[in-house]
Design a protein around this ligand. Structure first.
Ligand code: 9MR
Length: 742
């Protein structure tokens, strides 16, 4: 645990500003004086800056100024260094306001982060209205950056060089810069800023990029590529304009911080505010969000700035921009501290006194397994709460031998999703079931419409079965397990109490769940979240479930190894898609990794798919069947189109990503083997071939994944379906699953 100090090593600056030269440093054992100290003193002990955005006019308000000097060690000009203010005419710069802020900061030993050299908002009219050629605009930008950064050379610690260059789907935002200069403007901006002040620490800054999402993936991907090219980028800022009503996931934020830290980047929380709906109290939820962010900032040494977008609710931008919202900051309109302040202060106090016990919730995507453990989230009571759970689809029909995929028509007959959470020592779950015919009259219990749940702990395993409309009938389970169906048989809520435990947090269990369907005679389907041969009842072919929570770590060695996907050995090079389908296994594409709280697909006519792969010598031959009501292939960023991506990694080689937009061949990439993709005219079937560097041998496995992306509105991908759960980062060579050659 990184930033946290041991009690005996605590140094507390009791008097004066921690940054002044004549500060008095007192070394003591327990540092009780830490309690109630201003934020900047505490944060300084863990190498964290506490910042605020402001404008020069705010300094006229004595309370503002007093609070700023007392609590904060860094400032960001909220507006006054933006293009329209510092560069109001083509040949005129105006640094008057910016200079006042910098002078103020220097007098008060505060660091300054310049904000923002390149943005698509708050640009002067002369710039917006000009009809610039590429070269002209390049010259303007170069002159702007070099003049502004040059003016402040040696005085500013940091610069936000490029602000908000990506749209919410992870494409390049169509800004005035992008439209004329293309994506190169980002790289150029950093290079020019670095030339003008080689000591300034340069940041990319954006919003909705704190966790793991299409947008933060795009930022990561692009910044990584630029760093590999030697572009001087030193950090990534995430703005964090949040709402009190929406929880944030510290595991996802942690994961994002860690991947940026792996690039040797520093991370800034740059524009924190947590707005509250006027009709709600919200202060406690707000304090929770602030608290989570401060915990992350205190935990990760790479996070070195915690900046709020303003100080007091009196001047916040929120009410003017978000109708019906306000009170977003840590100080109210009268500069009184709010619960958020106390929470942040308490966490910092713990951090400097050695009482900080925090590790972010585990991000399962980090764990190298070829099928991720299912994520069970912690509840605050025994009542199942869908908003706090992760729903997964019933993806594979294990009753159907080699073809485990489900067509939309088959899903009309049976479909479902499930989630498991926990509270203390109870698993608390829910199954949502869609079935056109409910049948429970077969004499053999297992032949009826039912749900089976399988749990394995160490050597013990239990099967719990519930026929639709009835309670669980657990087989040999010593504890208490109950289940209850809604009257229409569409919702099943269950609880399994594991009495040997006080609390399940941090446990990893073997797990499976099955939804059986009989429409009048025999079962025709038994759907599981994973592939397999329907032997769960023998204690085999389990997946894993992990009881996630703060300080919890998933088992380092998987407690169960679910079956891998299979590629059949083809008798000869296939000449058609059907040739592959006839010989190999067919699996569904069921996990929408774009929706991290519900990976199931609501409407299978919207998008549905299956895939099959076989091999012959050193070639993989694959098929994707696709049902989609709307085909979009017009996006400039090809991954935003309807497409299929195939991820292949053989042996120690690097992972290769192949992409075929519907109707088109694989995109050309620097892969040494041959590869091609062919769609039928309707775009419903893809037939592809990929040459491997060596022939596949029976029993050999390759790291693998396959994804079907679906864009319906010409702007946002709505689905990206995979055969396994995950967080949509296979393109980084992560979360690959396994394909075994038969
Ligand atoms: O807080 C700023 C507000 O006063 C301006 O009117 C607005 C103009 O778009 O910009 C606000 O600050 C933005 C920041 O520069 C970049 N991230 C989003 C912030 C809130 O819009």
């Amino acid at each position: 645990m990184k930033k946290v100090l041991l009690p005996t090593l605590v140094t507390v600056a009791l008097f004066g500003c921690a940054n002044t030269q004549d500060e008095k440093v007192v070394v003591q054992e327990t540092a009780p004086e830490s309690a109630g100290m201003p934020l900047k003193y505490l944060a300084n002990q863990v190498n964290l800056g506490i910042g605020a955005a402001l404008e020069t006019r705010h300094l006229q308000d004595p309370q503002f100024k007093e609070t700023l000097i007392r609590e904060f060690s860094q400032i960001t000009p909220e507006n006054e260094m933006k293009f329209m203010y510092v560069h109001p005419e083509k040949d005129r710069f105006d640094f008057s306001k910016g200079d006042q802020l910098v002078d103020f900061a220097m007098e008060n030993n505060m660091e300054v982060k310049g904000h923002a050299l390149v943005w698509h908002i708050q640009n002067p009219k002369w710039l917006e209205d000009g009809n610039w050629s590429k070269q002209e605009l390049k010259d303007i930008l170069e002159n702007h950056i070099k003049t502004v950064v040059g003016h402040y050379k040696g005085k500013l610690a940091y610069w936000d060089v490029v602000n908000e260059a990506f749209d919410d789907n992870g494409g390049f935002r169509e800004t005035l810069w992008y439209k004329t200069l293309g994506e190169e403007y980002i790289e150029l901006a950093f290079r020019w800023a670095h030339e003008a002040d080689p000591d300034a620490i340069l940041f990319y800054n954006d919003y909705s990029t704190e966790g793991m999402s299409s947008k933060s993936n795009a930022v990561y991907r692009h910044i990584k590529a630029l760093i590999e090219k030697g572009v001087p980028i030193h950090g990534v800022g995430t703005q964090l304009h949040l709402t009190a009503e929406n929880p944030i996931s510290d595991s996802a934020i942690a994961r994002n911080i860690e991947r940026l830290a792996d690039l040797d980047l520093s991370v800034h929380f740059t524009e924190i505010d947590v707005r509250i709906r006027n009709s709600e109290d919200g202060l406690d939820n707000q304090a929770k969000r602030y608290g989570k962010l401060m915990k992350l900032a205190a935990f990760y040494p790479e996070v070195d700035l915690f900046t709020t977008w303003g100080i007091s609710d009196k001047y916040s931008w929120i009410p003017g921009w978000f109708d019906g919202y306000g009170r977003a900051l840590m100080f109210d309109e009268n500069y009184q501290t709010k619960p958020a302040y106390k929470t942040v202060q308490g966490i910092l106090t713990d951090a400097v006194t050695g009482n900080f016990s925090y590790e972010p919730v585990t991000d399962l995507s980090k764990v190298q397994r070829y099928v991720q453990a299912f994520n069970a989230k912690e509840l605050t009571s025994t009542k199942f709460d869908a908003s706090k759970a992760v729903f997964y689809p019933f993806a594979f029909n294990q009753l159907n031998g080699k073809n485990q995929a489900l067509t939309p028509e088959q899903r009309n007959s049976i479909d479902g999703k499930w989630a498991v959470s926990y509270y203390k020592n109870k698993l608390i779950g829910q199954v949502i079931r869609k079935d056109n015919v409910t049948y429970i009259d077969n004499a053999q219990a297992h032949e009826n419409d039912n749900i089976e749940l399988f749990i394995r702990i160490g050597e013990q395993f239990w099967q719990f079965r519930s026929l639709v409309g009835q309670d669980f009938a657990p087989l040999g389970f010593p504890g208490k397990a109950t289940g209850e169906w809604s009257a229409d048989g569409s919702v099943f809520n269950f609880t399994v109490e594991l009495s040997e435990y006080d609390d399940l947090v941090g446990e990893t269990f073997g797990f499976n769940i099955a939804l059986a369907d009989n429409d009048g005679t025999n079962r025709t389907a038994q759907l599981y979240p994973l592939t397999g041969s329907n032997t769960g009842w023998q204690g085999e072919e389990f997946g894993e479930i992990f009881m996630n929570g703060q300080n919890a770590v998933v088992a380092s060695i998987p407690v169960s190894t679910p079956p891998a996907f299979r590629a059949a050995k083809l008798s000869s090079a296939p000449t058609s898609a059907q040739d592959v389908l006839d010989q190999s296994y067919e699996y569904s594409l069921s996990y929408n990794q774009l929706n991290q709280s519900d990976m199931s697909v609501a409407d299978h006519q919207d998008i549905s798919g299956s895939w099959a792969v076989g091999y012959h010598e050193n070639w993989l031959y694959g098929v994707v069947n696709r049902v989609d009501d709307t085909t979009v292939t017009s996006m400039a960023q090809t991954y935003q189109n309807d497409n299929v991506e195939v991820f292949v990694q053989q042996g120690e080689k690097a992972m290769t990503q192949f992409r075929s937009v519907v109707g088109k061949d694989f995109e050309k990439i620097g892969y040494t083997g041959q590869y091609n993709a062919q769609w039928n005219d309707e775009g419903t079937q893809l037939f592809f071939a990929i040459e491997l560097s060596a022939a596949l041998k029976n029993g050999e496995s390759i790291a693998w994944n396959i994804a079907l992306a679906d864009n319906d509105d010409g702007t946002t991908r709505k689905h990206q379906l995979y055969p396994v759960p995950g967080s949509n980062i296979s393109y980084l060579g992560e979360e690959l699953t396994k394909l075994i050659a038969e």
